[in-house]
Design a protein around this ligand. Structure first.
Ligand SMILES: NC(=O)c1ccc[n+]([C@@H]2O[C@H](COP(=O)([O-])OP(=O)(O)OC[C@H]3O[C@@H](n4cnc5c(N)ncnc54)[C@H](OP(=O)(O)O)[C@@H]3O)[C@@H](O)[C@H]2O)c1
Length: 188
């Protein structure tokens, strides 16, 4: 799900190509950690944001540059990107417009469709923007599976809980601090 969400937003919506520069916000999360690996596999130059405790993790996924959003406003140090892939939303989404080159593309998957990027900012910065919602796609899943089989993409699991602890899993997920994915396990 995380990989398919990232794939469709970056490749189908924003048309990210090899050699382009992409900023991925929330690069340590379930969607963001897949996005970093898929963008690298595509041949893009990847800049990821998260807090400092996740720097090593995000760099280990292949990110070329890392920005600790708690240390400095990321939009002050990241400039001239072709694509922004936003997985954080709200204020981060609004500020991310400042990092794009004219003609660039901002795509967000955060929150819900009512949080579409601002039309006003699209005009102000001369860019394109869209909100992307993942859809089932067996062909794309097969391409992702190939990258997993080749070892180019890995799912990073931070926590495994029994199904009975689904409430705790939701609380953890909603804390916004998850690194990679949380797995719920059904007893054999
Ligand atoms: N549209 C769709 O089809 C679709 C599909 C799946 C998910 N989503 C949405 O995508 C969003 C991301 O989902 P997810 O599962 O990847 O989230 P997640 O795993 O909960 O993301 C948590 C990660 O985000 C980082 N983070 C939190 N605040 C940040 C900030 N201000 N700047 C940079 N990084 C920050 C955290 O790192 P630190 O702890 O270091 O801050 C943490 O590692 C959610 O809104 C979800 O609803 C949409």
């Amino acid at each position: 799900m995380g990989a398919l969400t990232a794939w469709q937003a970056m490749f189908d919506v924003a048309n990210l190509t090899s050699g382009q520069r992409i900023l991925i916000t929330g690069a340590s999360g379930g969607v963001g950690s897949m996005a970093v690996q898929l963008a690298k596999a595509k041949g893009a130059f990847v800049i990821g944001t998260a807090s400092g405790r996740n720097e090593e993790f995000v760099r280990s996924l292949g990110a070329d540059e890392f920005v600790d959003y708690t240390g400095q406003p990321f939009e002050e140090v990241v400039k001239n990107v072709d694509v922004v892939f936003d997985t954080v939303g709200s204020d981060t989404l609004e500020r991310a417009f400042q990092t794009l080159k004219p003609g660039g593309f901002l795509v967000s998957v955060a929150g819900n469709p009512s949080e579409t990027p601002s039309e006003e900012k699209v005009r102000e910065f001369g860019v394109e923007a869209a909100w992307s919602f993942s859809k089932p796609n067996p062909q794309e899943l097969a391409e992702i599976t190939k990258l997993v089989d080749e070892g180019q993409v890995k799912a990073h699991v931070s926590t495994v809980l029994p199904l009975a602890e689904v409430k705790k899993a939701h609380q953890l997920s909603q804390s916004g601090r998850t690194r990679g994915k949380i797995v719920l396990q059904v007893a054999a």
